[in-house]
Design a protein around this ligand. Sequence first.
Ligand SMILES: CC(C)(COP(=O)(O)OP(=O)(O)OC[C@H]1O[C@@H](n2cnc3c(N)ncnc32)[C@H](O)[C@@H]1OP(=O)(O)O)[C@@H](O)C(=O)NCCC(=O)NCCS
Length: 208
Amino acid sequence: MTEDDRPALRELFTRAGAGSPTDNLWGDPETEATAYLYPYLEHEPESLFVAVSDDGELLGYLTGCVNSAAFPSEEKRIDQAIRNPRLLLRPTAVGFFARAVVDALSAKLRGQPVVADFTDPRWPSHLHINVAPEARGTGAAGALIDRFLAHAKSAGSPGCHLQTVVENPRAVRFFEKMGFTPHGETPPIPGPRFEGAKLHQLTMVRAL
Ligand SMILES: CC(C)(COP(=O)(O)OP(=O)(O)OC[C@H]1O[C@@H](n2cnc3c(N)ncnc32)[C@H](O)[C@@H]1OP(=O)(O)O)[C@@H](O)C(=O)NCCC(=O)NCCS
């Protein structure tokens, strides 16, 4: 990514996840970017890669970090995002966070595993990837992963993890093809729904 890519990246962020179960989490792209895009731009732009068409259009991006222990946790980033008062005016967001509280409580009461940031020194790097619908199936996504893993490895990282959802089979097959394997439990994620059903977090890991 270069500095000039920033405006197009912000626009791509709102559409690149289209069709996936985790697209449109609480329905407000600006605050979702506070949790899932801006921290990567701020803290580790050198680990952010973009896929660009022949005529210069941004088609996909990968946000990553080499050492997750030195990066703001997902919990912290979401906390910061939901402090934005504009969310109080968005019924979809209010509904999402209310459901998240109820889901978390009910998981606790049933003794179910709960979602948590993944910290394991064997796989300290992590990544998120989204490719626009018109660039899926082209190899762009694989090239983004290869580029980031080479970068993480050359920075000395022994391994990489990512967190996706069981209900996203295309992404899971893609990550398996890229050498990642499922790791650990698949707890329900408090808040989101896809086609009316709960989502389950799937952690995947790969040595470098
Ligand atoms: C996940 C993503 C990055 C994968 O990139 P991609 O270009 O679609 O990847 P591929 O074309 O290599 O497809 C991956 C696998 O999905 C399967 N697949 C392809 N088209 C599919 C379709 N229409 N429906 C379901 N599965 C499909 C294939 O099995 C393919 O593996 P194969 O090449 O061995 O046949 C991309 O689909 C994407 O950005 N999706 C939306 C956002 C998202 O889900 N991000 C990940 C969140 S964790």
